[in-house]
Design a protein around this ligand. Structure first.
Ligand code: GDP
Length: 318
């Protein structure tokens, strides 16, 4: 059955018009459904919940269609209490003006009733769109929503926008950014990773939740989808190897943080070096290094990653 609900789990609520992709996003990210199989998903008729137990539990729920959130007899307390983020999904391959006006009603409702909930907008199904059209749609949606929110007097309420598709890595990157905002330990993890990067001349370091391929922290340098793609492929390698050798059994869990038990690799891919280190059963550190970082960097890396590992254990109080 689903893992018990704990206080402090990142809790997400997916909303949007019919067939915008709410079930697909949840099933692909949290249940690892192959994207092509989402074609056969049944329409949602009740509130559906999914949850994923990994290094932490992600809870998500989905509202069937756009529910009239403002209606007075509607029990929104039971839906919005304890929600960290509402994700509004817009089907960018469809006519989206209705979706935008529903989104605005939601945004105003949240601003007035649940100002602490993050509002995240996925401009979704960007696969199959030309780069130019994709960009124009993104800009148009963002502009319209911001203009109207300003008219309502909520122009200063932060709303974030992402371009997503379940057919590429963009959905995982967007989900990473959404979830990172809900993690209280984020600033400490960010500081630790940024320090590691400067000490070891690393271009980009990601701390991944191994199963979901959501990264829960990265250093403070800019993020690029390409970097995420390379690194998340390495997370797949870790998962494959673990499945090959069997997941660690319960009895061995006491050893999960020792060096001998974890996987470390240092590979060259084109002109980039990739350092992979399993931090714990559910967390993987993946680092990208450019030219000038050869295998001779390896001992320095191992040493500093060991320090990082110790610090992270303290952050999570493992
Ligand atoms: P829901 O009613 O909001 O839960 O929508 P579904 O998740 O059932 O998705 C409706 C349709 O959109 C399905 O046929 C999915 O395969 C399709 N879909 C979902 N996400 C994407 C995407 O990123 N790109 C494309 N092209 N189709 C998608």
């Amino acid at each position: 059955g689903p893992p018990p609900r704990r206080k402090g789990n990142p809790r997400l609520l997916f909303m949007g018009l019919r067939r915008c992709g709410k079930s697909s996003v949840q099933k692909v990210v949290f249940e690892k459904l192959p994207p092509a199989e989402t074609l056969y998903l049944e329409a949602t008729t009740k509130i559906e919940r999914a949850s994923m137990q990994s290094f932490m539990t992600f809870d998500s729920a989905e509202l069937p269609t756009s529910l009239p959130v403002q209606s007075p007899d509607y029990d929104h307390a039971s839906i919005f209490t304890n929600i960290g983020s509402v994700i509004w999904i817009i089907d960018s391959q469809d006519e989206y003006l209705t979706s935008i006006s529903e989104l605005l009603r939601l945004a105003v409702f949240l601003a007035e009733n649940y100002p602490r909930i993050n509002l995240e907008v996925f401009i979704h199904k960007t696969d199959g769109l030309s780069e130019e059209y994709k960009y124009d749609t993104f800009r148009e949606v963002r502009q319209r929503v911001q203009d109207e929110l300003t008219d309502y007097g909520y122009g200063d309420r932060p709303v974030s926008y992402y371009q997503t598709s379940i057919f590429d890595h963009s959905i995982f990157e967007a989900m990473s950014k959404v979830i990172m905002k809900l993690l209280p330990a984020l600033p400490s993890m960010e500081t630790l990773l940024t320090k590691l990067c400067s000490t070891c001349r690393i271009q980009k370091a990601y701390l991944f939740d191994t199963l979901s391929k959501i990264y829960i922290a990265t250093d403070t340098s800019p993020t690029f989808l390409k970097d995420y793609e390379v690194c998340s492929d390495y997370v797949d390698v870790i998962v494959d190897i673990k499945q090959l050798y069997g997941w660690r059994d319960e009895g061995k869990q006491g050893d999960q943080n020792s060096i001998e038990e974890s996987m470390v690799s240092f590979d060259k891919s084109g002109d980039t070096y990739i350092y992979t280190r399993e931090i714990s059963n559910n967390l993987s550190l993946i680092c990208l290094m450019g030219q000038g970082s050869g295998p001779n960097m390896r001992p320095v890396l191992d040493y500093n990653v060991e320090i990082l590992n110790g610090a992270l254990q303290k952050v999570f109080k493992v």
